[in-house]
Design a protein around this ligand. Structure first.
Ligand code: C2E
Ligand code: CA
Ligand code: CA
Length: 753
């Protein structure tokens, strides 16, 4: 097809070529008219495409027997595509698209390749058309003049060209015509890009969930967005022309604001927590970020403040912090606090040359009482026990509840074993005297194990481990009694050694296997991934759950090597499933604090990713909160290295440990896994339901995703759904399954709830 048939070379006004160099009056008038016509439509607010088409048309009208075209480079700056060519048919445009800039790539290809204007008067012989000569024949192009179009940053972004159906050289008039055309097109394109981004900014401003306020350099408020009004109650009319002082709560010292403005002056921005006041006088905490805006010449012209209301976050934080340092039931300090106290006690006892008694105390028949009285009464009873125990101790001693009906007691600054023995006797007596409870007398007793510093150890692990062993011994030997730790009890450590030895064998002989438990998205009911959980095929004892060996693997450091295998195996399996046609699923792998401390985790993961070809985005590491207690610089560096690999990070068993909001904000975590213990009682304990809701809200404010595990029935699921939880995992959907069973599960289950 020849372009001549389809192109109407309309000639509004024709021009006779002028002698080279100068323009004739007639030509000057024509160019002036052209510019005027285009400027008029720009002023009229014409759309950028309309203006560009008009420019093309006008250029064609000034060069009969030719057509004009605008080509732009694609996003990768590789190929030229037609942006406007009003005289070409869609078929022709398709044919001309995808032009690659090169020395033989035609006039336009050369404009990009050489970054300067190209005048080709004979396309059939000129080398610059060598690669696309067929196009010249097809379109009947005999001459082609092309000129660069520049972006606002002076980069060549495309070409403006006149292609002629006869061989000819451009006159001065034509050169000017092209120049004017290309500069107008450049301006219009840039203006459009600018408006496009303005439109986007406007959308962000209007639609943002964050409050936004813009002030001038003198802090006079110019505009606020709907979220601002929603959160603070002030409309634009209320605050326009005023300064942000109108929001001040009066709770901050002048030095606070002084620091804030100093930071903005020195670094261009500030961010932090601020107490402000709503229109109705209410005070609220905000997470506020202020940035300066500079104009083209680098002078500060505006300030932009964005903020979110963190009231919910604050109360959740308080609640969680309290819960994480105190036992909700008895109000006793939790294990972390208790450990701190023991450490203190050890340093004091070392200096004073005194002893410490660490007691592990377990109620003998609590389970029976709990079952017969009901849980609510059981809880009340535990509180009474705690009170009684406390009443036997001095203020300088400490007590903590270690889950269920087990207590740990710290006896400070003791002279000798006999004085410890005396306290132990008092405790046994006190507990075994009957309780008046719910109208009747209840009898109970307890078993106590004792470990002594410095004889039995000098840290919590050692002392507590030994006190517990002694306590089991007391239970075995008839209850309502106490035992001191003795070396004989240590024969138990044979068990430990046997497992440690067995684990080494297991690694060498491939006795480990991963099982996979599906994770389901609550929005769409789809399975999004799985958690990998390790199992040990013990040659004599059969399948062993991780509780039997992970602890020992951690203590011996074997977990590092095991962990390497686990990570690689999980990736390998994920890729195999993909090969078998399963959709790409994310795989969560548990990582122990020991791996974090001792292994080079980032390197191990990189190796596994490279070896298996697994997409890092699909690998999630489940870290426990104890990981966050590592040395902070080391920790941040490690987390950073992991994030750089592209893998996701989750905090496992969230809510049981130490994590505070301030921490999570810093650590680039992707999601929280709510601990099973909250889910277990969510149906019956309003406290747990409230905690779950608070955790979800807090997590969402921090842009964290939340998954709950241990979901066993529909009622739990309903609670979690109502709490806004994102994903769930639990026996309700499936137990952890061997790889082939998991694959079958995915293939047969389209879960829609
Ligand atoms: P976790 O990471 O909290 O894993 C969840 C545990 O809950 C799993 O126990 C799982 O089988 C169990 N579970 C899942 N759904 C339900 C449910 O609906 N109800 C109840 N009651 N339990 C449910 P599992 O497989 O015995 O693992 C126990 C722990 O061992 C894990 O707790 C994790 O801390 C550790 N572990 C397991 N595999 C690995 C591993 O590959 N590496 C490391 N470092 N630790 C692992
Ligand atoms: Ca886990
Ligand atoms: Ca967990």
């Amino acid at each position: 097809m020849s372009a001549t048939h389809t192109i109407s070379a309309s000639s509004v006004s024709q021009t006779s070529p002028s002698p080279s160099g100068l323009l004739s009056i007639e030509e000057q008038t024509q160019l002036l008219n052209l510019q005027r016509a285009i400027l008029k439509s720009i002023a009229r607010g014409a759309d950028h495409m309309e203006v560009i088409t008009q420019t093309c048309r006008l250029a064609e009208s000034l060069l009969p027997n030719a057509f004009s075209s605008v080509m732009l480079m694609d996003e990768n700056y590789e190929l030229l595509n037609i942006y406007a060519a009003p005289s070409l048919t869609p078929m022709q445009i398709k044919r001309a698209n995808g032009l690659r800039p090169s020395p033989g790539g035609g006039s336009c290809g050369n404009v990009i390749y050489k970054q300067t204007v190209q005048y080709v008067s004979n396309t059939l012989t000129d080398d610059r058309w060598a690669d696309i000569r067929d196009l010249a024949y097809e379109f009947n192009i005999k001459a082609c003049w092309s000129i660069p179009i520049f972006s606002a940053e002076s980069k060549v972004i495309g070409t403006f060209a006149l292609s002629s159906f006869e061989h000819r050289e451009p006159s001065q008039f034509h050169r000017m015509l092209l120049e004017i055309g290309s500069s107008i097109i450049g301006i219009v394109l840039n203006r459009n890009k600018y408006q496009e981004s303005l439109r986007q900014y406007e959308k962000v401003f209007e639609g943002s969930e964050q409050g936004i306020m813009v002030t001038d350099v003198d802090h006079v408020i110019l505009s606020v967005n709907p979220a601002f009004t929603k959160m603070l109650g002030f409309t634009l009319e209320d605050v326009k022309g005023k300064t942000p002082r109108i929001l001040s709560s009066g709770l901050h010292e002048p030095a606070f604001y002084q620091n804030m403005w100093e930071s903005i002056q020195n670094f261009g921005h500030w961010r932090g927590e601020v107490w402000n006041r709503r229109k109705n006088g209410e005070i609220l905490p905000e997470w506020l970020s202020i940035s300066e805006v500079r104009n083209e010449v680098g002078v500060v012209s505006h300030y932009v403040g964005t903020f979110s209301d963190i009231s919910d976050l604050k109360s959740a934080q308080k609640e969680i912090q309290y819960l994480s340092s105190h036992d909700a039931l008895t109000g006793l300090p939790d294990i972390t606090l208790f450990r701190d106290r023991l450490e203190n006690a050890v340093s004091i006892a070392t200096a004073a040359n005194s002893k410490i008694g660490l007691l592990a105390l377990n109620l003998d028949n609590f389970k029976f009482l709990n079952d017969s009285l009901g849980y609510a009464s059981g809880d009340k009873l535990l509180r009474l026990f705690a009170e009684r125990l406390k009443s036997c101790l001095r203020d300088t001693d400490s007590i903590c509840r270690h889950g269920g009906d087990e207590f740990i007691i710290l006896l400070n600054n003791m002279q000798d074993d006999e004085s410890i023995s005396l306290v132990v006797d008092t405790l046994l007596n006190e507990i075994s005297s009957p309780f008046a409870f719910a109208g009747s007398n209840i009898s109970t007793s307890c078993s106590i194990g004792v470990a002594v510093y410095p004889n039995d150890g000098n840290d919590f692990e050692k002392l507590f481990g030994r006190a517990r062993k002694a306590m089991s011994q007391a239970k075995e030997e008839g209850r309502n009694t106490a035992r001191f730790f003795t070396e004989k009890l240590n024969t138990d450590s044979l068990h430990y050694l046997n497992i440690a030895y067995g684990l080494r064998e297991a690694l060498a002989h491939h006795q480990f296997e991963l099982h996979y438990q599906p994770q389901m998205n609550l929005c769409n009911g789809k399975i999004t991934g799985a958690e990998a959980l390790v199992r040990w095929h013990h040659p004599q004892n059969g399948i062993q759950p991780p509780a039997q060996f992970i602890g020992i693997a951690e203590q011996t450091g074997l977990i590092v090597e095991m962990g390497e295998w686990i990570i690689e195996e999980a990736c390998r399996q994920a890729m195999e499933w993909q090969k078998n046609g399963l959709p790409p699923l994310s795989i969560a792998v548990n990582v122990s604090a020991v791996q974090f401390r001792r292994g080079n985790l980032a390197k191990v993961i990189l190796k596994a990713l490279e070896k298996t070809g697994m997409n890092p985005q699909l690998l999630e590491l489940e870290l426990t909160e104890s990981v966050l207690l590592e040395d902070i610089d080391h920790l941040l560096a490690q987390l950073d290295a992991l994030k750089k690999l592209g893998v996701k990070l989750a905090i496992d068993d969230f809510g049981t440990g130490y994590s505070s909001l301030a921490y999570l904000k810093k650590f680039n975590i992707d999601r929280l896994k709510i601990d099973q213990s909250f889910v277990r009682d969510i149906n019956t304990d309003p406290n747990d339901a409230a905690i779950v809701r608070a955790i979800v809200q807090m997590a969402h404010t921090l842009n964290l995703n939340v998954i709950a595990e241990g979901v066993e029935d529909e009622a739990m699921l309903k609670h979690l759904r109502e709490s806004g939880c994102d994903e769930v995992q639990g026996y309700l959907f499936s137990k952890p399954l061997p790889a082939d069973a998991f694959e079958a599960f995915i293939n047969t289950n389209i879960l829609c709830r």
